[in-house]
Design a protein around this ligand. Structure first.
Ligand SMILES: *Cc1c(COP(=O)(O)O)cnc(C)c1O
Length: 391
């Protein structure tokens, strides 16, 4: 991985941060954070209870406000991402819907990239219109389109860079500057790059969300999300959407996510290398029209990717010049790739997604591929063998 000015923590510091817990007498020096499987916390005196009630979301009183197992994960994620404070949620979508609802009110307008994660698009173009909040979807790679979409009532720019299907980037500094100049907020879905490979705060982005169900959890065994931002902004979310909508992460999930986080920087190095290797090989294979991976020189935004990120995730897409039925038969032949949604675990995955609006540039059948922790050479052999078996 290359070091760039994007100011993500270097990998040794990141790996140290996620494995090093201070010795804690209260927990007998336990190496892992104990799982506080409790709904409430009780107090010996009324004075202590009164004191704790003053900061319901920062001290353990009730697990819809604060739970120490979840809090440890939140603190670690905030540090790793370079934000002041983090709040975890029941899913990536709970984090996204909370972050959006905290940023806009009736009559406001949102500018969003048109290749955004599907359910996020549905939230904006379906659900929010019921509340009188309108969204304009634009080609996020075009500064002109981003600028032209601004209205007098634009209050939020919703970004996802790279997008998780076609790996399209936005220029984060340009977006943050544009938003600031009109008094709007910026929010980015940073799930693909993880806190290890992209620091949006360095470019002036206000809120960062992640689905922790992907790389952060890393073991395909839990669903969760996080919002990271300034103490002030997370404090506002705490008092309103977090407590009132109540989509909390459970302590059990937080303990699974914490275990995943312990190896995140290490795993991202492997994902970076394996993803690039398989994507690079695919570029030369028969039937492959185009590979969409920002780490390949053929990607139209490769220079921006190198400047904004310090490495790459291992989810990418490619287009095949075969009928969709043939592509599905090819997928059936693969030995090491399972067919399934999601990504970010140890196992390689493949899907042939159906494309909504915003993907008019796709000319072949689009395949989404996730490279797990297996030997990349075996995966390449598997892909080649499956093509040969098609005849
Ligand atoms: C999976 C995903 C989400 C949603 O996360 P959930 O945990 O499934 O709710 C959001 N954004 C991206 C880019 C994702 O891949």
């Amino acid at each position: 991985m290359t070091e760039t000015e994007s100011s993500t923590m270097n990998r040794e510091s990141a790996q140290t941060l996620v494995v090093h817990d201070k010795h804690d007498e209260r927990h007998f020096g336990s190496v892992t954070t104990p799982l506080y499987q409790t709904s409430l916390f009780s107090f010996a005196t009324y004075a202590e209870f009164d004191h704790a009630m003053e900061s319901f979301t920062d001290q353990p009183v009730y697990s819809r406000g604060n739970n120490p197992t979840v809090q440890q994960l939140e603190q670690r994620l905030a540090q790793l991402q370079g934000g002041e404070k983090a709040r975890c949620f029941a899913s990536g979508m709970a984090a996204i819907s909370t972050a959006v609802l905290s940023s806009v009110r009736q009559g406001d307008h949102i500018v969003c990239v048109n290749q955004v994660y599907g359910p996020a698009r549905k939230l904006l173009e379906g659900f929010l219109t019921k509340m009188g909040i309108e969204t304009t979807f634009v080609d996020g790679s075009s500064k002109q389109e981003l600028q032209a979409a601004v209205r007098a009532n634009t209050k939020l720019f919703y970004l996802e860079s790279p997008t998780s299907l076609m790996m399209q980037l936005q220029d984060l500094k340009f977006c943050a500057d544009l938003a600031r100049s009109i008094g709007a907020l910026t929010l980015i879905d940073n799930t693909w790059a993880t806190p290890c490979l992209q620091n949006p705060f360095a470019y002036g982005i206000d809120l960062v969300v992640h689905s922790t169900s992907k790389f952060i959890g890393g073991h395909s065994d839990g669903i969760g999300g996080v919002i990271i931002g300034s103490a002030e902004r997370i404090g506002q979310i705490d008092e309103n959407e977090y407590l009132l909508l109540g989509g909390i992460m459970t302590p059990h999930t937080a303990s699974l996510m914490m275990r995943g986080l312990r190896t995140l920087p290490l795993r991202m190095e492997r994902f970076h290398e394996s993803g690039l290797r398989v994507a690079g090989h695919l570029e030369g294979m028969p039937h492959v029209i185009k590979v969409h991976h920002p780490g390949l020189p053929s990607h139209p935004q490769h220079e921006l990717a190198k400047a904004q990120m310090s490495g790459y995730g291992s989810l990418f897409a490619f287009e095949l010049d075969l009928p969709v039925e043939t592509v599905k038969r090819w997928a059936d032949q693969l030995e090491y790739f399972r067919i399934g949604v999601s990504w970010g675990g140890y196992e390689s995955l493949i899907t042939v997604p159906s494309l909504p609006d915003g993907y008019e540039s796709v000319t072949g059948v689009l395949v989404r591929m996730y490279i797990g922790l297996e030997d990349p050479q075996l995966l390449i052999g598997d892909i080649e063998r499956a093509f040969k078996r098609l005849g």
